[in-house]
Design a protein around this ligand. Structure first.
Ligand code: ADP
Ligand code: ASP
Ligand code: MG
Length: 447
């Protein structure tokens, strides 16, 4: 069994859906196909929720009506028979009436999550209907009965495995299973999601739970590039990444992968392949257990980072000081990305403003606290084990003209991270591109 995930752009128009249908039916191998919402839909659902939060039902209804017209327009293009056009139109009418019904209820984060779930519910229904119209023997499996998070909002892998196996057993004669990415139920049985971009995570969770042969993430680019193609010109695809390297790149901002989706695949040892729906024959990127010694693979950047500094000449050397600092972050369920210490201070970074005031208030018991906003972590990833002399010098040399607030090296053998001001992000990424990668995308070795 392979698990294939197609992102928003890959199912973004009726023609794209037809292309995906062709791609997954080219051979008769068993497949679990995970779909995102059609591109732009989740953003529109967020916009609808914003109107409802602001108690502006008219604003919400205008957006809902526009989205409905767009979807009804897709029906004519996607189906060739009146029967499937009618069935899908009826389904869409029900969906959009349901969306309109939220104007009458008290709007909370619970309702918002229900609204956000509709994009994937719609895309998978439309796609499965298309397959059935084409005579393909596919079955739609509800992700809401398969994917669940626990009380810590972490995926419950044992439950996912049990449910997914049960659903496959209940459909023994099928080879093609379709399901929704992104959406899940939480530990209280409520509709929830795996955060934006979470369809990648669904695919990796299912791939790990089912011990799949391979997880394929199909998107709109030919694999993981060695730098952010939205910001830097001349980036190149990286053909192979170790699980750890891919996990670091995803966590530190390479948008092609959801930040934590690699973890389950890594633990289960299931390779992940990144492929381009627009160019299905391109090699893409394979992520597996192989470590290519002595190479820097890629650079990524994570925005909206907050740097918190605690200066305390009195306390820092005292044993137990760092524990007290970390306990404050733990109390507020806030994870730290980077950390640097000296004899008189410690600086950490976080990626959320939630509880920031309470955290800094408590930290003030232990020293002078500073907060710097709009920072950016730039992360250089590859085989950066200590014995690879010269790689860290290459990276720091690239940043010789850029003010660097923190450097973290040695936390893992795969990453050097730099904290820079958000306004310097672009020139930092460009400078690293020039120094680390030659014109053909190969790493420049330290001389
Ligand atoms: P999908 O909707 O298929 O999930 P995403 O938009 O989430 O697609 O991810 C693909 C996009 O990620 C690419 O179009 C590209 O702009 C962006 N991206 C950012 N960093 C990288 C990178 N290092 N390599 C490849 N793509 C990247
Ligand atoms: N549709 C969701 C989003 O836009 C999930 C995904 O596409 O992966 O974030
Ligand atoms: Mg994505």
């Amino acid at each position: 069994m392979k698990v294939l995930k197609f992102g928003g752009t890959s199912v973004g128009t009726p023609q794209r859906m037809k292309d995906v249908a062709r791609l997954i039916t080219e051979d008769a191998q068993p497949k679990m196909v995970v779909l995102s919402a059609m591109s732009g839909t989740t953003n529109t659902l967020v916009e609808i929720s914003d109107y409802l939060y602001k108690k502006n039902p008219e604003g919400a209804n205008n957006v809902i009506n526009r989205l409905e017209q767009k979807y009804l327009g897709h029906v004519d293009e996607l189906y060739s028979s009146d029967e499937w056009r009618q069935r899908t139109t009826d389904f869409l009418k029900e969906e959009f009436d349901y969306l309109r019904s939220f104007a009458k209820v008290l709007f909370t984060s619970f309702e918002e999550k229900v609204i956000l779930a509709q994009g994937e519910l719609i895309s998978t229904n439309m796609f499965t209907n298309y397959l059935l119209e084409q005579g393909v023997d596919a079955v739609l499996l509800p992700a809401l009965d398969m994917i669940r998070t626990d009380k810590n909002a972490e995926p419950d892998l044992a439950y996912i495995g049990k449910q997914a196996e049960a659903m496959l057993t209940a459909n023994p004669d099928k080879q093609l299973y379709i399901t929704q990415g992104f959406i899940c139920r939480n530990a209280y049985g409520e509709i929830d999601n795996l955060q934006r971009g979470g369809s990648d995570y669904t695919a990796c969770l299912l791939g790990a739970a089912l011990n799949a042969e391979e997880i394929q993430i199909w998107t709109d680019i030919d694999g993981m590039h060695n730098n952010d193609p939205r910001i830097v010109e001349g980036t190149e695809p990286v053909r192979q990444l170790h699980f750890e390297e891919a996990a670091e790149l995803a966590y530190f901002g390479a948008k092609i992968l959801h930040p934590t989706c690699i973890q389950p695949a890594k633990f289960a040892g299931v390779p992940v392949r990144l492929l381009n729906t627009m160019e299905p024959d391109a090699p893409g990127t394979i992520i597996n257990n192989h470590l290519h010694r002595g190479t820097i693979k890629a650079v990524a950047a994570k925005d909206n980072i907050i740097c918190i500094g605690i200066q305390s000449s009195r306390m820092l050397l005292a044993h137990g000081f760092l524990r007290k600092v970390f306990e404050i972050f733990e109390t507020y369920h806030t994870s730290i990305d980077m950390i640097c210490t000296s004899e008189v201070g410690v600086s950490v970074t976080v990626d959320s403003r939630k509880n920031l005031d309470r955290i800094t208030d408590e930290l003030r018991k232990y020293g002078t606290v500073t907060v710097e906003d709009n920072m950016c972590i730039v992360c250089v990833v590859g085989d950066l084990a200590g014995e690879n002399v010269g790689f860290e010098t290459l990276a720091t040399d690239a940043l010789r003209n850029i003010p660097v607030r923190m450097i973290s090296y040695g936390g893992s053998a795969h990453n050097i991270s730099f904290l820079v001001n958000g306004d310097d992000k672009q020139r930092t990424l460009q400078a690293l591109q020039q120094i680390l990668f030659t014109y053909d995308g190969h790493v420049r070795r330290p001389s």
